[in-house]
Design a protein around this ligand. Structure first.
Ligand SMILES: Nc1ncnc2c1ncn2[C@@H]1O[C@H](COP(=O)(O)OP(=O)(O)O)[C@@H](O)[C@H]1O
Ligand SMILES: [Mg+2]
Length: 241
């Protein structure tokens, strides 16, 4: 369960999030959409504790990011936009990186976790490869495996399909759903890809100029008359043509 409560965020004098409220229940996929500059990345940074929150709060499984940042962060796993793998580490060591910082791991246990997580993302036997040997889609899969190794209750995905061709994007969306079904993790996905959002979401929130202008089901999103949503959907269909 992830709850964002009356969150306000500023950069210097500029306010970029205004009383943002939203919630994703256990095992739910919440997709946060919005055009460029809407505040999606800022929201994700606040949730993951990468920047201090100005006012309001984020609760991860009921734990406040404001007052208990370390404990709250331990509930969450982040899948970065460009996977953010360490170039000098092979896939095996990338996957274990966070876990090794948290606790001691025997070689055997490490091997078991890596092979389990690589299997769950469809990349069996790639532990010895270096990031430079991976395609864009494979990098995203390794990024997910690395987050999953920490067994988070909440998964945060930053633009999981950006920079991917449509076929790979479709496969990654499938993987996000499979992962949710298997782990029952609450999933928070930031995306500006309308098609991907409609495939994935149980709930959609739409951020425009730092405000939530829509929160509802994909069905309600499809028929929404909210101006910035109409604009984004129109742009998306223009690209699809
Ligand atoms: N580090 C920063 N310093 C100042 N302004 C920023 C910074 N990061 C983002 N902004 C501004 O905050 C607003 C929201 O940006 P962002 O959260 O990146 O939106 P999105 O991810 O939806 O494109 C934009 O107007 C952007 O220019
Ligand atoms: Mg962004």
């Amino acid at each position: 369960m992830l709850t964002v409560e009356r969150l306000n965020q500023t950069y210097g004098p500029k306010q970029v999030l205004f009383d943002v409220d939203m919630a994703a229940g256990e095992g739910e996929i919440l997709v946060v959409m919005g055009g460029s500059g809407g505040g999606k990345t800022t929201l994700l940074k606040c949730i993951s504790g990468l920047v201090p929150i100005k006012s309001g709060d984020v609760l991860a499984e009921g734990v406040s990011v404001r007052t208990s940042p370390v404990e709250a962060r331990a509930k969450m796993g982040m899948v970065f936009q460009y996977a953010a793998l360490f170039d000098y580490l092979n896939v095996h060591d990338n996957i274990l990186f966070g876990l090794r910082r948290r606790r001691k791991l025997s070689a055997k246990e490490g091997d078991r976790i890596v092979s389990e997580q690589l299997e769950s993302v469809g990349l069996e036997g790639t532990g010895n490869l270096m990031p430079s040997e991976l395609s864009g889609g494979m990098k995203k899969r390794v990024g997910l495996a690395r987050a999953l190794a920490m067994e988070p209750k909440i998964l945060l995905y930053d633009e999981p399909t950006s920079g991917l061709d449509p076929v790979t994007a479709f496969a990654i969306d499938g993987l996000i759903k499979e992962t949710r079904d298997r782990t029952k993790a609450t999933s928070f996905v930031v995306s500006h890809d309308v098609n991907s959002a409609l495939r994935l979401a149980d709930r959609i929130a739409f951020l425009h100029k730092g405000k939530v202008v829509f929160f509802g089901s994909p069905q309600e999103f499809r028929t929404s008359k909210v101006e910035p949503i109409l604009e984004l959907v129109q742009k998306a269909s223009a690209v699809a043509l």
